[in-house]
Each structure stands twice: as structure tokens, then as C-alpha cells.
Design a protein. Structure first.
Length: 327
């Protein structure tokens, strides 16, 4: 279903389904609803905020976009640029691999591979924006991105019969978290706790929460390259002060195992970044949080944002398992 126009412009995202998952409900002992952002036109939730930011920039006369990306933000920006009839250059790190490069090129984007991790690619995108006069579309750290992502929560309000007991999200740079918190404020659900899931080796949000300030990881060592921001957005840390945010860090092996389990359970293949929040449910961590008194018992429904991701296919899943010694 198409999303409703905002400010006279029709958004590029669709209203994604909210479905109950019987296997996930069985795993956590309470009803689990999936917000299926993997069915968005660009393959992930990113199209909500990035599409919104691109539309705003086009309205102001932008003639060329540039975006740094681990994959999904670039795909969202490339999709939006194509719809707007504008050129785009996407800078990706070498860690992204060939799949997003091919998909970006199929969408008409010019792709530049630069650096090892997203932070390197982001520096290059900022340089291009400055020297070429292009508009830099930040993948997660921009108020328009958060505003666009907030539509996800408004859709949840329309779909669910009652307020959820908890929302489980993946955190990379923090854009989705910031959007969910904005949406919770908009619908009056700011008392709903959020579980913020990351993989070890890309856990910059967890480290920032622990330190009470932004922390830059020395390197990204996780296979979940779409969670690969060495430093989380400052807004993500502010969100933890405005709403109840519980950080959970899972191992790469748990995230990849969750991806495989979810494929078996729901017949949908998602990235290892999306495997992080799934692993929180499959691994019993949610029940542990209840036992520790950090979440109530009984809990009511659980919402997991199935954030999706396009840098995955069955051969890639096999390669990840082999890399992690899981086969």
C-alpha cells in the first residue's frame, strides 16, 4: 500500500505489513509482530528517511546527490534519485562487497569504492559535496532522515490494536533509533521501551551508552557491515535520555544463525545487521531482561522491526557461515 502524501509529495516508501510471527512468538513466550521493512522498494527501511531527505533537497534545487553507504542507504538514495530524475554518486567502502555495487549501478548510480569501512567512504562523500557542490545525503545523521523514519511508528499505531510492550530495532549509526523515538513521541507512546541491538565489533552505541558520551571504535570487526559506523550519531545518545533504551550486543555467529533461522521460519532472507535484533528474540535475551526486572512480566506484544537489507543472498549466507566457522 502506498504511503500518504506529506507536504504535497508522495513518499517513496510503502506502508509495510505488520504480521504476527508464530515461531518468534513461541521463542519469546509472547505475541511477536514483525514490521516488514524488508519489502520496501529499496530493500530496507532506509527509503523512508533518505527518500524524505532527497525529496526535500530536490525541492530546494539540488542538481546532484552524493551519499556514503555500506549498501542500503546508497540503494535508498539511488532509488530516490532515479525517481526524481537526478544524478547520484554513491561512495561505498571495500567491505561492502560486489553485490551493492552492482545493484547501485543497476539503479543508475555512479559508484566509487573508497576506504575500508563506512567512515572512510563518508569522508570522501563529504569531500565531493564540498568540491563539486553536490548535496550530501547522510545515511543516518540528519533530522529529515529521522523525520522520515518516524512514519514507521505512525503505521504501527494504525495497525496494532494496543500499544506494544517493547520495540526491538537494529542500531548502526542510530538513524532508525532516532526515527522510532521521534515516532513514539508523535503517537504518545514514549513510555514504550526499545531494545537496541548491535553486533560485537560494530557496537558503538553500546560503548557510548556505557561511557555516557560518544565513543569511536578503533575498527569495525563485525561481519554486519551495515551496522558499521565507528561512532554513533549524537542524536542516538540523546534518544536514550528521552526514552527507555536497552542496549543488547550479540555475537556475529548469533546474528548469522538468526538470519538462517528466520529464513527457515518465515521464508525471508535478511542481512546479518537485521539478524542482530532477531538474535535478541531467538537467543532468550528478552526473557533474561524480564527475569532481571528490566522488562515487565507479562510483557504484552513485542514488535521487531525487520529492517531488511539488500547485501545478502544464499551464497553470501554460506560464505558468512564459513568465515565464522559455523559449518
Amino acid at each position: 500500500m502506498a504511503a500518504q502524501p506529506v507536504g504535497g509529495q508522495k513518499p517513496f516508501h510503502v506502508v509495510s505489513p505488520v504480521l504476527e510471527s508464530l515461531p518468534l512468538s513461541k521463542a519469546v513466550g509472547t505475541k511477536v509482530f514483525m514490521k516488514l521493512e524488508n519489502v520496501q522498494p529499496s530493500g530496507s527501511f532506509k527509503i523512508r528517511g533518505i527518500g524524505h531527505q532527497c525529496q526535500a533537497a530536490a525541492k530546494k534545487g539540488c542538481h546532484h546527490f552524493v551519499c556514503s553507504s555500506g549498501g542500503n542507504a546508497g540503494l535508498a538514495a539511488a532509488f530516490a534519485a532515479r525517481e526524481l530524475g537526478l544524478p547520484i554518486t554513491v561512495v561505498v567502502p571495500s567491505s561492502s562487497g560486489p553485490t551493492p555495487v552492482r545493484k547501485l549501478q543497476d539503479l543508475g548510480a555512479t559508484v566509487e569504492v573508497y576506504g575500508k569501512v563506512w567512515d572512510d567512504a563518508n569522508s570522501r562523500a563529504q569531500e565531493l559535496a564540498k568540491t563539486e557542490g553536490w548535496v550530501n545525503i547522510h545515511p543516518f545523521d540528519h533530522p529529515l532522515v529521522w523525520e522520515g523514519h518516524s512514519s514507521l511508528v505512525r503505521e504501527l499505531k494504525d495497525s496494532l490494536e494496543a500499544k506494544p510492550g517493547v520495540i526491538v530495532v537494529a542500531v548502526g549509526g542510530g538513524g532508525l533509533l532516532a526515527g522510532v523515538v521521534a515516532g513514539l513521541h508523535q503517537v504518545g507512546w514514549q513510555d514504550v521501551p526499545i531494545i537496541a541491538a548491535e553486533t560485537l565489533g560494530a557496537h558503538s552505541f553500546h560503548e557510548a551508552l556505557k561511557a555516557g558520551r560518544l565513543v569511536t571504535l578503533p575498527d569495525i570487526t563485525s561481519v554486519a557491515t551495515c551496522l558499521a559506523a565507528k561512532t554513533v550519531a549524537a542524536r542516538a545518545l540523546e534518544c536514550a535520555r528521552e526514552c527507555r533504551v536497552i542496549s543488547q550486543v550479540v555475537e556475529d555467529t548469533e546474528a548469522v544463525r538468526a538470519v538462517e533461522q528466520f529464513l527457515d521460519d518465515e521464508r525471508m532472507l535478511v542481512e546479518s545487521a537485521c539478524g542482530a535484533p532477531l538474535a535478541v528474540l531467538y537467543s532468550g535475551r528478552l526473557q533474561r531482561l524480564q527475569r532481571e526486572g528490566r522488562l515487565p512480566t507479562p510483557l504484552g506484544s513485542v514488535v521487531i522491526v525487520v529492517c531488511g537489507g539488500s547485501n545478502i543472498h544464499t551464497a553470501q549466507l554460506r560464505a558468512l557461515k564459513s568465515q565464522l566457522g559455523m559449518e
